[in-house]
Every structure is written in structure tokens, then in C-alpha cells.
Ligand binder design. Structure first.
Ligand SMILES: Cc1ncc(COP(=O)(O)O)c(C=O)c1O
Length: 492
């Protein structure tokens, strides 16, 4: 009896602790603190007050995180640390990786989405988020000019979406592979020499083999050459190889250039090869009357990937995967799971997103785009693309005009490659010049005064920028240059 009482007491105590954590009044109080912290973080970041990258060695960060885990019970302090100790994406001096400074309003939709936590595998696990996803797929698909018959799904990131699309392409060409394995060593994926590494990784995962992801001959600016593509497809077939898909980039990761989609689509149509367009980064160009021409021909692709968490400035991850033919998404991953997919529920089966995604539980990834679009309208996305692409062109002009900077390509998107070449290094060899770029970036990272990333160009180290904060202006680039020049003087 005593034992029963003590179990009962301990359960009641646990229930009380849980109820306190779920208390709406407590949530409202914590929420006020959180919104205050986030608003202050935004204001500080936009004024460039702190460091862009709060660099610490991993051991120090691990220790601090463990200490807070054990000792800190204050949500405000924990949130402050989460905002203050990492990469300050919202600082306009952040011109680094392709990670967007999200539109602040999106964070509120993400918070609502987190608490509602819609599973999304089947329609009834998230009826509203499924509807929102369908509406946003429809809007973005139409923005790309896809034909009426298109379908699609949202996935967790461009890498997963590339894998899913190539799995579909592989299964369309080799339907036995799902059950009997890829085998044979005949299959090939042809991709841009500059395609994202997730394409080669997908080839590995698919059992085709990373080595069977072959590079298509390119023009000097790194774009697929359609003539060489046609020749390669013919030659591969003559030697008994089976081309599963051509992957074109819109745009490429390293330099942000767009493959000539129209001409590539013509070759794929002529040879009967699946065309997959990786528009993870550049899909949003479709919103810009000035830059949409880069995507001409994308409507002819069999599948397209577009990350809303890149150039639509929505928090990660939110990726749209489109299929030209709606039914392709169901051909690929169609598996029996009677506890989820009720074959009697025909009216809603087409809304069971889990039939087309590798994920089972799937977050409601369209909600923040839906909210931002509703509040600010589609013109907002035109503005974001035109400002960031335009700023890259302005920065490229400043680089071209400076004696000590070397512009390595003409930007098409918002990505710029350059080298810092002070007078003392004007005649330096590639090795010395490359090492200098690395040293300058290391100093920049450690100082936190700016953030750009490394890249290779022509076998030599270079510096790379992606304008992923729409508040970045010329003066922020000027600050970066001042810092680089100060480090350069100290170093040489
Ligand atoms: C062209 C391209 N495709 C795919 C990806 C991968 O997308 P994610 O980071 O969403 O997995 C990237 C990421 O930078 C990219 O630039």
C-alpha cells in the first residue's frame, strides 16, 4: 500500500512539473522575454555592433554549452547565448555562405509551426499545413512557368531534394532497381562540372556510384556546353551506358552562374534523357523581371529543386521539389504502410505527402513562406532578388576598380569570387597568393569583423562572398576591405 502511495505521489509530482512547463501563462511570459531578446539581437546586428562570427575554439564552446546546460535555468539567458555566440547572419557584414538572413516575421510563423508540430506524413496529420504546402507549391511552380500538370512536395533541404529527384529519375529508367538493386555498372548521371556535391553524393547513395556521376564538358565560365552534352550522351550509349539524368545548375554553388537551360532541355528532349534542374539557390530569380531570363527553359525540366531558405529568405529548411508530371512523385517511394496510408481514403490520398518524401514525420516547412508572402506580397521576393543580385554587381564593380583586388568572374547571381592582391604580391606565384588569401580569411574569421568564405579558382585559393543579407550595402563591403587591408599591412 505504501509502495503504491509513493508511486502515486511521484507520478503526481511529475505531472505537476510537466503541467508547469506547459502552462500558457508561463509561455506568454517567456515569449515576451524571447521576442525582446530577438528584437534586441536584430537591432544590434543591423547596427554592426558585435562580431559577425563569434569565433571560439570548439572545446571552449562545448564547455560553455555544457555549463549552461547544467547551471542556467533562465530562458532569457539561454536564448541570449543562442543568439549571441554563433554566426551573426543578421549582421549586414555577413557576406559568407549561402545561408539567408531570414525575414524576421518568418520566425513567428516558425514558432507557431513548432508548437503545432504537424507531422505531415498523411493529410490528417496536418490538414492545414498540407493545404498551405500545396498552395505554395502551386504558386512557386507557376512562378517558374511549369505546365498545369506539375506536382511536387516540400523536403528538408536541397541535398535531400536532389537525392529524391534523382531516385525518381533512376527508377523511371530502371524500375527494377528499387527492389533488385541498381547493379550492372551501366548507369550514369551527367552533371555540370560545378554541380553541388549533393548530386555526386546522391549517385553514391543510389548505388549508381559517385564515380558514375560524370562531368559534362563546360564552357570557360563553367557552364554546361550543350553541344558537348549531346556528344557525350551519344558516346555513352554507344558504349552500353544508360544515362539516368542530366543535372543542370541554376545557379552553381561556387560562382553562381546559370547553365543554359533552354539548350540543355532541347538536348534532353532529343535524346530522351531526364532533365533535373538544381535551382536550390537561383530559383527565386523567377520573381525578377530583370533576372528571370536566366531560368528560361526550366519549365521543360522533368524535376526541379528550389530552396526557399536561400533566396526567399525563409529559415532553414524549406525546399520545394517539383515534378513536371504529377504522378512521378508517387511512382518512386510508393510503399505499403497500412497504419498510415489508408487505401480506402481515396479522396485524400493525393494529399498524403509521405508518399513522395524520404521523410516520414515532416515539418510544416511551407508555413513561414506562406505567412511572409501573405503579409508582404510577391513583390517582396522581387525586391529581395533584385537587391541582392544588384548588390553583387555593385560589389563586383568596386572590386574591378580597386588596384589591389582581382575579380575572378562576372556575377550573374549574388555570388562573387575575388582575390586580395596588394602591390607587394602583384608578381607572386599562385602558391604564395593562395596562402595569403587563406591567411587573410583566417584573420577575418578570428577577428569577427567580417565574414566571407574560401573557394578555389583555377587551382588557387580565392575568397568568395554571397550577398545573403538584403541589408548589406556598399559601406559594409568597404568595412570588409578596410579590415582586409589592415591585416594585409600587418602581414606583409
Ligand atoms: C546549387 C545548390 N544545390 C543544392 C544545395 C544544397 O542545399 P541544402 O543546403 O538545402 O541541402 C546547395 C547549397 O548551397 C546549392 O548551392
Amino acid at each position: 500500500m505504501n509502495q503504491f502511495n509513493s508511486i502515486h505521489d511521484s507520478l503526481r509530482n511529475a505531472q505537476q512539473r510537466i503541467a508547469a512547463a506547459y502552462d500558457p501563462a508561463r509561455f506568454a511570459a517567456d515569449g515576451k522575454v524571447a521576442v525582446g531578446e530577438i528584437a534586441q539581437y536584430l537591432a544590434r546586428s543591423q547596427r554592426c555592433e558585435g562580431r559577425v562570427l563569434n569565433w571560439e575554439m570548439p572545446a571552449a564552446n562545448l564547455q560553455a554549452a555544457a555549463n549552461m546546460l547544467d547551471d542556467c535555468k533562465d530562458p532569457g539567458a539561454l536564448l541570449h547565448a543562442a543568439l549571441a555566440r554563433g554566426q551573426t547572419i543578421q549582421d549586414p557584414r555577413f557576406i559568407g555562405h549561402q545561408v539567408a538572413a531570414p525575414v524576421p516575421l518568418a520566425a513567428l510563423f516558425e514558432a507557431a509551426s513548432s508548437i503545432a508540430n504537424q507531422g505531415m506524413t498523411v493529410y490528417e496529420m496536418g490538414p492545414w499545413s498540407t493545404a498551405v504546402e500545396r498552395v505554395m507549391l502551386d504558386r512557386l511552380g507557376r512562378q517558374l512557368g511549369l505546365a498545369e500538370s506539375f506536382g511536387g512536395v516540400l523536403t528538408s533541404g536541397g541535398s535531400l531534394a536532389n537525392l529524391t529527384a534523382l531516385l525518381t529519375a533512376r527508377n523511371a529508367v530502371n524500375p527494377d532497381a528499387w527492389k533488385n538493386g541498381a547493379g550492372g555498372g551501366t548507369d550514369v548521371i551527367l552533371s555540370s562540372p560545378e554541380s553541388h556535391y549533393s548530386v555526386e553524393r546522391a549517385a553514391g547513395i543510389l548505388g549508381i556510384g559517385a564515380n558514375a556521376c560524370m562531368r559534362v564538358g563546360a564552357t570557360p565560365d563553367g557552364k554546361i556546353d550543350p553541344q558537348q552534352l549531346r556528344k557525350q550522351i551519344v558516346q555513352l550509349r554507344e558504349t552500353g551506358r544508360r544515362v539516368i539524368a542530366v543535372v543542370a545548375s541554376a545557379c552553381t554553388t561556387r560562382t553562381g552562374v546559370f547553365d543554359p537551360l533552354q539548350d540543355i532541355a532541347a538536348v534532353c528532349a532529343e535524346t530522351g534523357v531526364w532533365l533535373h534542374v538544381d535551382a536550390a539557390h537561383g530559383g527565386a530569380a523567377a520573381f525578377s523581371p530583370r533576372y528571370a531570363h536566366y531560368l528560361d527553359g526550366i519549365d521543360q525540366a522533368d524535376s526541379v529543386v528550389w530552396d526557399a531558405h536561400k533566396m526567399m529568405f525563409i529559415p532553414a529548411l524549406s525546399t520545394y521539389l517539383f515534378y513536371k508530371r504529377k504522378n512521378d512523385q508517387y511512382r518512386t517511394l510508393n510503399q505499403e504502410a497500412p497504419y498510415l496510408f489508408d487505401s480506402n481514403a481515396e479522396r485524400v490520398e493525393a494529399y498524403n505527402t509521405g508518399l513522395g518524401t524520404i521523410e516520414c514525420t515532416k515539418r510544416a516547412a511551407a508555413l513561414s513562406l506562406w505567412g511572409v508572402w501573405a503579409v508582404y506580397g510577391p513583390q517582396f521576393f522581387t525586391d529581395l532578388v533584385e537587391v541582392t543580385f544588384g548588390m553583387a554587381r555593385r560589389i563586383a564593380t568596386l572590386i574591378r576598380e580597386a588596384d589591389d583586388l582581382e575579380l575572378l568572374h562576372e556575377p550573374e547571381a549574388n555570388i562573387i569570387l575575388f582575390r586580395y592582391v596588394p602591390a607587394a604580391l602583384r608578381h607572386a606565384g599562385a602558391r604564395e597568393l593562395g596562402a595569403f588569401q587563406q591567411e587573410m580569411r583566417k584573420k577575418l574569421v578570428e577577428s569577427g569583423e567580417g565574414y566571407i568564405v574560401p573557394a578555389m579558382d583555377g587551382g588557387t585559393e580565392a575568397l568568395r562572398m554571397a550577398v545573403m543579407n538584403p541589408l548589406t550595402r556598399e559601406e559594409h563591403f568597404q568595412m570588409l576591405l578596410d579590415t582586409l587591408r589592415r591585416f594585409g599591412k600587418q602581414h606583409l
